[in-house]
Unconditional design. Structure first.
Length: 389
């Protein structure tokens, strides 16, 4: 394939962290391949000396609009005005808060009516305030306008499914991950699909050998789960832009309106997986509630039953911001918060936030984010932080 090389830059960048100065050479190479821009970065991380100021937290209340206690990337959203929306799974409703955290409105309720939910699974809010909730019980998207009025439901033929983000609403239609069993019952796979009207486009795919059902006698049931570190489709959407990684390598594809426009690379070698890393990733194991009731399957037994992939994925999370930045969190086996690389809207490398920086589940503005905080009772809260650059 012919590639036309457009630009190579060698930059010496200095940032001050505390009283020390860190010098990092970042080598940036841009090229073109069949109309797709290829952007490659080499060199050490340039650590960003940003600080995060805690503003307020939502959730964990005994009653009222803040009585939700589970917060995930699937359950929060915001609009262009900075309003905050939370899907309260247990109350079968969406709760809307102002940018300052004041309760404003609630939508939904349990039931089968046009504005009600049977089994709500994922929330998406567009910049203009349209609220969409995928409901597994209905097999459809339940929608509300910016004033809370009920909009027609959108039936979904193939249910979304994935460990990472699995549902979003673009300016043209739906984007979601779905199961792909075309390789046979032993091949487990996912497609990232953009659906506009009756047309669908596959943006990315992953597949791996599926395991057999493993029975855990101490818990009275069995599981058929993918190998630990098996490839996933990790992605995010803002408006019409999708950023996605679907391999163990550091390779992020950027789509605009369903068309591939850019790929971002860093030549970081994926870590070779091992049983020790797999057990570190699982921590104490997995708690299940079937058969004989609540039960803990230890990490050692899960590793024995599931096995693990050859490589640890390089990318753990992707987030697109309202001002066009792309945040990519790197994977560190056994750790919840790896380093976060940040790129501007033109894919220029901005810098890296160090290990331990919480990864946003929500952007209210380019300088205000939401992260998940879990207490000792396993109660989640949505914490709003102000970025001080």
């Amino acid at each position: 394939m012919k590639r036309s090389y457009l630009l190579i830059l060698f930059l010496s960048l200095t940032v001050h962290v505390g009283c020390e100065a860190q010098v990092a050479e970042v080598r940036m190479q841009r090229s073109d391949s069949a109309g797709v821009e290829l952007v490659t970065y080499e060199g050490e991380d340039m650590v960003l000396p940003w600080e995060f100021q805690r503003l307020f937290a939502l959730g964990g209340d005994d009653s009222g609009p803040g009585s939700f206690y589970r917060v995930t990337m699937h359950s929060v959203g915001s609009d262009a005005a900075g309003n905050i929306y939370v899907l309260d799974y247990d109350a079968h409703r969406v709760v809307k808060f102002t940018p300052d955290g004041e309760f404003e409105a609630a939508m939904g309720g349990e039931g089968g009516g046009p504005s009600e939910f049977r089994n709500p699974a994922a929330l998406w809010v567009t910049p203009d305030g349209i609220v969409s909730v995928y409901d597994f019980g209905k097999g459809a998207v339940v929608r509300f306008d910016a004033e809370g009025g009920v909009l027609p439901q959108v039936p979904v033929a193939r249910p979304p499914a994935a460990d990472s983000r699995f549902f979003a609403v673009s300016t043209a239609g739906l984007v979601m991950t779905t199961y792909n069993w075309t390789g046979g019952s032993q091949i487990m796979g996912y497609d990232l699909v953009s659906v506009a009207d009756s047309d669908s486009t596959v943006l990315a795919s992953v597949s791996h050998m599926g395991g057999e059902m493993v029975v855990y006698e101490e818990c009275g049931g069995g599981l058929n789960l993918a190998p630990i570190f098996a490839p996933q489709i990790t992605w995010d959407l803002y408006s019409s832009t999708v950023g996605v990684n679907s391999s163990a390598e550091y390779a992020i594809a950027v789509f605009e309106g369903g068309s591939l426009v850019r790929k971002i690379y860093r030549p970081l070698v994926p870590v070779t997986a091992s049983s020790d890393l797999a057990m570190a990733e699982l921590g104490e194991g997995m708690r299940v509630n079937f058969g004989r009731g609540p039960c803990l399957i230890t990490a050692e037994k899960l590793v024995d039953g599931r096995g693990f992939a050859e490589l640890v994925p390089t990318i753990a999370g992707i987030k697109l911001t309202p001002d066009g930045q792309l945040w990519a969190q790197r994977k560190v086996a056994g750790e919840e918060a790896g380093p976060i690389d940040i790129y501007d809207r033109d894919a220029a490398y901005v810098g890296t936030l160090p290990d331990g920086t919480p990864f946003p589940v929500l952007f209210l503005t380019e300088s205000r984010i939401g992260v998940v905080e879990r207490d000792e009772l396993d109660v989640d809260r949505l914490v709003i932080l102000q970025i001080e650059r």
